[in-house]
Design a protein around this ligand. Structure first.
Ligand SMILES: Cc1cc2nc3c(=O)[nH]c(=O)nc-3n(C[C@H](O)[C@H](O)[C@H](O)COP(=O)(O)O)c2cc1C
Length: 536
């Protein structure tokens, strides 16, 4: 099946599946839109969440917009994420592993939907520049400016000419003025341009095909064009079109593209913003962005993503992205015995990872293999994950109750926990007290001190045979399940483990007692125990 040709086609499919709600009522983008959508992340189970299409958006002053706002449509839950990637949920990780090693480059076209309206030169301000779009305010009550949340920001490396796209937030400061907040790959291009004494050209694409967003939001190594990865994710080249005023190409199917320049002789002071780890960060220094041209489809749909305190749409996206990336990393290191890597919302789906180990290369217990896997996952990046836990195959790595059962019962802190120094803190409020308003958080000295921030690895796997899990044996639970259904009791959702298994430490004598009981010979079993009374 061909991949969605654009955001609109995807939204139509989402709607037929009952996972998109149209909101025809008048909604204030500055006061109501984000809090309304945020409720589903604070009040609805992940599987039940859906996307919103706001058709009648106004601002605080009652100004109406022609365009609609699609919010929470790309990843309200993992099922929708998989749909947006054009595959089944159980294929998502394999897609990522494949896409990070085998690319499909983009295809250049000359006609593009995103050129339906072009505002540049003398007509740049004919629709009031950036004010044309219904950009919502996020983290209401703590933020002051409309925030662009679903942007793929395109820049070109001035030395290699390779394109990069990153999903970076911006706030809108005027009709032709915004900022861009990042210290990632865009910053590397910016540093090079700064040395050359010229501004960095940038193009901000909103509402491209969903795989473009997935690739832009993922830590893909510098020097790889995210569009090559996006093409591979969806199995066909992404069509791109040349920008009007900058030497860049952007996805032809985007809803809106904002072209402009990032000056290299000054930076902006950012406003406060709600961050994915769960705090509102006072603004630091960020890149200024000066608009030169805006192109868009007629009646554009403004794509918006719910970020901030987890769980959020961005933490669903990040969880799946990070799981795919770690799967690819482990594969590259030949570590085939890690069956799953699970990232959790509480760690903003990046900083807390649980890996599930299967048979450790033919050996029942292998301490060095467990540590090899743990250290390899920690090496995914300098700043993430912060905590990695290894569990056995019988533990569901996505179920934190189960994971911490293993931590409590299968590890000793003095022996099975390692603290690794020299990590980068990444918005970590536990690193050091906040600095005064306007000052850069994390002193240069703290960031560059030999120890830096730290990470923690926990080996919560079995070290030797353990007694069986204290749940009824599988055959008993299966029989009871049938009985449960016959009695028409409430519908069950089985939670692993739902039956007890032997973990290696179980004697013939213990089994004999059970066998006797199962043959109805409980008295004989009792006689065996009574015969073992010990005089004190
Ligand atoms: C919804 C969303 C918003 C994000 N906002 C930012 C941001 O404002 N700044 C930033 O540096 N990274 C942000 N990220 C993470 C980056 O997209 C991610 O690190 C990506 O790898 C950046 O691209 P790059 O590696 O090419 O620089 C965001 C991710 C998501 C999913």
């Amino acid at each position: 099946m061909p991949y969605f040709k654009d955001l609109r086609e995807f939204l139509a499919v989402l709607e037929t599946r009952g996972q998109l709600r149209r909101v025809g009522a008048v909604i204030d983008k500055d006061r109501e839109l984000h809090p309304l959508v945020k409720w589903q992340y604070r009040g609805i189970d992940e599987a039940e969440r859906f996307g919103f299409l706001f058709e009648n958006v106004v601002d605080r002053q009652g100004r109406r917009y022609t365009g609609q706002v699609a919010c929470s449509v790309i990843a309200p839950n993992r099922e929708v994420y998989a749909l947006a990637m054009g595959c089944e949920l159980d294929q998502v990780h394999a897609r990522w592993t494949h896409a990070l090693s085998s690319f499909i480059p983009p295809k250049k076209v000359s006609q593009a939907p995103v050129k339906e309206e072009i505002h540049k030169g003398a007509s740049l301000l004919e629709h009031d520049g950036l004010m044309e779009f219904p950009v919502p305010i996020a983290t209401n009550g703590w933020e002051a400016f409309p925030r662009v949340t679903a942007a793929a920001v395109f820049t070109r490396d001035p030395e290699t000419r390779i394109l990069n796209s990153g999903m970076y937030n911006s706030i809108i400061l005027g009709s032709l003025r915004a900022n861009i907040r990042t210290s990632r790959h865009l910053r590397e291009h910016w540093n090079k341009c700064r040395k050359l004494g010229k501004p960095l050209e940038a193009a901000v694409a909103i509402g491209s095909q969903l795989v473009v967003s997935f690739a832009a939001a993922t830590n893909i190594p510098h020097g790889i064009n995210e569009l090559d990865v996006a093409g591979s994710l969806c199995g066909e080249p992404i069509e791109i079109v040349a920008c009007e005023t900058v030497d860049l190409e952007v996805p032809a199917a985007a809803e809106v593209v904002i072209e402009g320049e990032i000056p290299t002789d000054f930076m902006d002071q950012d406003g406060p913003s709600g961050e994915n780890r769960g705090h509102v960060m006072p603004g630091g220094l960020v890149h200024a962005f000066q608009v030169k041209c805006i192109t868009h489809r007629k009646n554009p749909i403004w794509h918006d993503i719910i970020c901030e305190y987890p769980p959020s749409e961005s933490s669903v996206m990040r969880a799946v992205n990070c799981e795919g990336q770690v799967a690819a990393l482990l594969k590259a290191h030949g570590i085939s015995y890690v069956k799953d890597a699970a990232f959790h919302h509480c760690g903003s789906a990046k900083h807390f990872c649980v890996i599930r180990l299967g048979d450790v290369n033919g050996r029942e217990f292998s301490n060095s293999r467990v540590w090899h896997a743990l250290f390899t996952v920690l090496a995914a990046d300098a700043s993430w994950p912060k905590i990695v836990i290894a569990v056995n195959e019988d533990i569901d790595p996505w179920d934190l109750e189960s994971v911490f059962w293993a931590v409590i019962n299968r590890s000793q802190p003095h022996r099975d926990v390692k603290i690794i120094q020299g990590r980068s803190p990444a918005l970590d409020e536990s690193m050091e007290p906040r600095r005064a308003a306007g000052a850069e958080q994390f002193s240069f000295a703290a960031l560059n001190a030999p120890q830096g921030a730290s990470g923690m690895l926990i080996d919560a796997t079995l070290k030797w045979p353990n007694p069986p899990i204290s749940l009824p044996r599988k055959d008993y639970m299966e029989r009871a399940r049938k009985l449960w259904d016959q009695l028409e009791l409430p519908k069950l959702k089985a939670k692993e483990p739902w039956y007890g298994v032997s973990l290696g430490h179980w004697s013939e004598a213990e089994q004999h007692l059970v066998d006797l009981a199962e043959q109805g010979r409980v008295d004989e079993a009792a006689q065996i125990l009574l015969g073992q009374c010990k005089k004190l």
